[in-house]
Ligand binder design. Structure first.
Ligand code: ZN
Length: 267
């Protein structure tokens, strides 16, 4: 799968001065927290049948700087929904005007933003019938209403055992924390992880799995009253990764419930 190079995304992001290229939109591409909310958009679509796709364009050109523009999620959707209005010429003009006064060097707090943009670009998942398909986006037919997702290799989301264990620890921490503070919010832990690992759980590199597991175990042991007491008394507050894997192998697989979606509101 061809994709834009990191150098291209660095240039693109610097030129965007961290702002959506749509006229008068001042939404950022990356929040100060590091979360990426903007989208790498193709002026001429990358795939056949996509908006403004040009069959004659080479793959390299398709992913090169002149064919890319950064926009907020809303405007990225708007331009792709109405390609008759948002023509190649119009988008090129928007890009040109927007990038005229870009940063020469972008601020250090955005040092990793181009990398994160690239990761997000790769992150189209495929979730069909609970199966996770890695890097095979083209040949899969999606059930209606499901969005395609690609999981890049080498991140927590791509390893079901390790991801399962991390989510188990997260759940365990929530249980302990809620016991201490009834108004504890789930988002607190995810905020801490984002702060200390720079990414959401699914996007964290698989190489950092042990670090992340240790981090969560440490939080349970030291940051919660019951966890702390257990630790003093030599009681385990959570299973080890090995125990978790054994339990998963021996536990009966829960039946998949066939819950219906609640009916949507009448228009
Ligand atoms: Zn916008």
């Amino acid at each position: 799968m061809k994709e834009p190079t990191l150098a291209t995304l660095k240039r693109l992001f610097a030129k965007s001065h961290n702002q959506c290229a749509f006229p008068k939109c001042d939404l950022p591409i990356a929040e100060d927290s590091g979360t990426i909310t903007g989208i790498v958009c193709h002026i001429k679509a990358r795939s056949k049948g996509g908006p403004r796709h040009d069959a004659k364009q080479s793959e390299d050109d398709r992913h090169s700087f002149p064919n890319l523009v950064l926009m907020c999620a809303r405007h990225s959707k708007i331009i792709d929904t109405d390609p008759k209005l948002y023509t190649v010429e119009l988008l090129q003009e928007m890009k040109e005007i927007h990038e005229r006064e870009g940063w020469i060097e972008f601020p250090s707090r955005h040092r990793n933003t181009p990398e994160h943009l690239l990761e997000n670009y790769r992150l189209v998942y495929i979730e069909a019938h609970r199966d996770v398909i890695i890097n095979k986006p083209q040949k899969v037919v999606f059930p209606r209403g499901r969005s395609p997702k690609i999981i890049p290799e080498g991140v927590i989301a791509g390893n079901s055992d390790k991801r399962g264990y991390i989510m188990y620890l997260v759940k365990r921490y929530h249980e302990f924390a809620r016991n201490d503070r009834p108004n504890y919010k789930y988002t607190v832990l995810h905020g801490l992880i984002l702060r200390d690992f720079g990414k959401k759980i699914d996007h964290i590199s698989i190489d950092r799995f042990s670090k992340l597991a240790e981090y969560l175990q440490c939080l349970i042991d030291n940051d919660t009253r019951a966890g702390n007491r257990n630790k003093r008394e030599g009681i385990h507050s959570y299973r080890s990764f090995e125990e978790y894997q054994v339990d998963c192998l021996t536990a009966p697989r829960p039946k998949k419930s066939r819950k219906r979606k609640p009916p949507s509101d009448p228009q």
